[in-house]
Design a protein around this ligand. Sequence first.
Ligand SMILES: [Zn+2]
Length: 479
Amino acid sequence: MNIKLKIVFTIAACLICCAGFKGYSQTVSPGKSLDVYLLIGQSNMAGRGTVDAQSQIASEAVLMLDKTNNWVMAKDPVHFDRASAGVGPAISFAQTMLQGNKNRQIGLVPCAWGGSPIKVWQPGAKYFENFPYDEAIQRAKIAMQKGVLKGILWHQGESDNDPKKAEAYLEKLKTLVGNLRRDLNAPNLPFVAGEIGYFNKENYINEIINKLPATVENTAVVSAKDLTDRGDHLHFDTASARELGKRYAAAMQKIQQKPSKETGKPRVVLTFDDAEITHYNNVAPLLLKYGFEATFFVCDFPIKKPGNENEFMNWNQIRELHKKGFEIGNHTGHHKNLTKLSPEEIKKEVAYIDGKCKEFGIPKPISLAYPGNRNDTISQRVLKEMGYQFARAGGAKYYKANEDSKLDIPSYTVISSDKYKERTMKALQDLKGDDVLVLTFHGVPDLLHPDYSTSMDFLKEILEYLKEKKIKVVSMKNL
Ligand SMILES: [Zn+2]
């Protein structure tokens, strides 16, 4: 090849490379509410396996929050702690989590730091130029704007693998899990730790790590048995890192499928239907005062009678509710009876609100309230296909997570007539075990539909009761 041609080829190759690289790092906006997983620990979580051809495969089903806090398609190296970052357990974990769950989209939040000892994984602690714990919390919260935090993966211990440090390790690990759950406002968040490689020349730490599940609820430890190192007696090789990821997924699924261990701790879900303006003007400010989460199920009514336009929220106001931390749920486009529609028509009604949310930068809802609470197996199936995880009906019963379908969650309608007031207060007072009471409100007050009106005084009475009895209030997506 003559020199001229060589130069042309080199430039062409560079262009192709750069274009490819640019395509990979281009930011992606999550199409659905993400299942968010926080990845923390040291180098074997960050990954030190050799990047190979398989590492080049990426899809929109698995995203990662990059160094600059943008979502990109996930590819190894997922981490950026060192130039040596390579294949870790993250990608195979996510792919395994998606098997049989094709509707979900995963958002990985890499925050591990090679070499970090457990003592730097606490609030305010510095590790070289970084604050591993504080940055992990900060990045998890950024990720949670686009989805729901579903769990934490922890792989750490090599830097604490001596007799003295191992002795103090369990207490530190317990504190870490407690701190994370507190700071991320997720008291039962699944936490999966991993054993360090059996190829380490000495091993004091695995025995200690394995004590975690018996000490802290909703935690698990994955085995590193039979996994191999990359020749340094420290880091997993590529194949082992991927196998480890699969083991993390199996353990995570096991915790997630376990019925809530919060026995003796009932919960209440406050839901507000029909996008009424009083939700924006009266309800949201009051809820913020109490620090309670809530779900607002919004729709666009087909006919806003002249003069009534101001009785409903506009989409800018709905977006503001989202920005204040409330869940925006789907109440379908035009409030039609879904049991009278074909699957295609149901899809259209549901997609209408999904589209509006997208347009206004609100995460795709994962909760829906059936118009008029009417639903059937067809509407439930369509919702499932569309990635919905929770759907609310009526029925004036508690929701029992172990018995009831998540796509047919019963609720109590609240109205401030004497009869309904009595019924609501009784439902609150009788709450026990791990029952969930879902309350459905319309306007507070409701000027257009006085029959469905709840007064501000009655809403305040309910919120006071919840506060006084220390009853946990969650939005529907956090059930
Ligand atoms: Zn409604």
